[in-house]
Design a binder for this molecule. Structure first.
Ligand SMILES: [Zn+2]
Length: 328
């Protein structure tokens, strides 16, 4: 079963919200765009893995997409974790085009494309580090150590070349070999090491300890200022900003579309770009409305809770704003 199903990570939603609300000519657009495309490519590779994981028996496997832990100064991130009573398996996914050259004695991976060479960290070393950290972490919470496995999975059609490999670790596989690999791992670890109850406990603890990456785009991109973000409620039909509030609806002066809930997407963008704290005044400025009574009603619709009274009141946009068809 999917304990943490495949979904677009928070930081990718942040890039989408930012690019959607940024002028085409903005100086930060190119670097934001290229970063966004890179992260989306990684996500597409991770999504391809779900196709294989879907075939695993529901009850035996707890599947987690995209976990990220911050422990002391250490941060480690896991693309896919497969947790069972017998072992856990970490998958590090690489969805990279071109020719991939693995140099195990240099601990690096080279990518050759259109005559250009880029250097990446060795994905096998990367996944082994995560395996080691998670092993220690589980061991510190359990009486018994849970056997661990890790694989780096190439999900693209890249040509692979392995150089100087004295001791082939066999940890580098293509996605089509994943189920065969799982069979072998299952064969190696046949006996349960932890109870079903402990499996659920570890699963809950992993979810609780998960720290999604949250970007501060305004400090990462110096040319990007909060005032550059296009304000207003966007038309769900023609994407025009600045819908007009009219009798409990939003009206698009461009395509004449009416919407009851177009403000939800705008407040989701606000949450992604500026964080969950919002005042009535900030809400009016962002949605471009005049009435504080309307802003109050809309905020009550989408906020978890609030602090303070009257003008000093701060609302907190609820995380379930992020769940929308648009983001799936
Ligand atoms: Zn429109």
């Amino acid at each position: 079963m999917y304990a943490k199903p495949l979904e677009l990570p928070f930081h990718i939603l942040q890039y989408q919200a930012c690019l959607n609300r940024l002028d085409q000519e903005h100086p930060a657009r190119n670097s934001l765009d290229s970063r966004y495309n890179k992260t989306m490519t990684g996500y597409r590779g991770e999504a391809l893995i779900a196709y294989y994981l879907d075939t695993l028996p529901e009850n035996d496997y707890f599947l987690f997409h995209n976990l990220r832990f911050e422990k002391h100064a250490q941060v480690f991130q896991i693309d896919w974790l497969i947790l069972t009573q017998r072992f856990f398996l970490i998958l590090e996914v690489k969805h990279i085009k071109g020719k991939l050259i693995f140099e195990s004695d240099c601990s690096q991976m080279l990518r050759e494309i259109d005559g250009q060479i880029d250097v990446f960290d060795d994905p096998v070393l990367q996944v082994e580090r995560s395996e080691d950290l998670l092993s220690k972490w589980i061991e510190s919470h359990q009486e018994a150590a849970l056997p661990s496995e890790s694989r780096a999975v190439i999900t693209s059609n890249a040509q692979l070349e392995i150089r100087n490999n004295q001791n082939p670790s066999m940890k580098l596989i293509r996605k089509s070999a994943l189920l065969k690999e799982m069979n072998q791992i299952n064969y190696l670890h046949r006996d349960p090491v932890i109870s079903k109850k402990n499996l659920s406990l570890i699963s809950r603890f992993l979810l609780k300890s998960n720290h999604p990456l949250v970007l501060n785009l305004f400090s990462s991109y110096k040319e990007l200022k909060p005032r550059d973000i296009i304000r207003g409620v966007q038309c769900p039909d023609c994407s025009h900003f600045h819908l007009i509030r009219n009798k409990r609806s939003w009206y698009c002066p461009k395509c004449r579309h009416f919407s009851k809930d177009a403000h939800i997407a705008a407040l989701r963008d606000y949450l992604l770009l500026f964080g969950s704290r919002i005042t009535n005044k900030q809400c009016r400025a962002f949605l471009m409305i005049k009435s504080s009574a309307v802003a109050k009603r809309l905020l009550h619709e989408v906020c978890d809770h609030f602090d303070g009274e009257k003008k000093g009141r701060v609302y907190y946009l609820a995380k379930n704003l992020l769940i929308s068809d648009k983001n799936r």
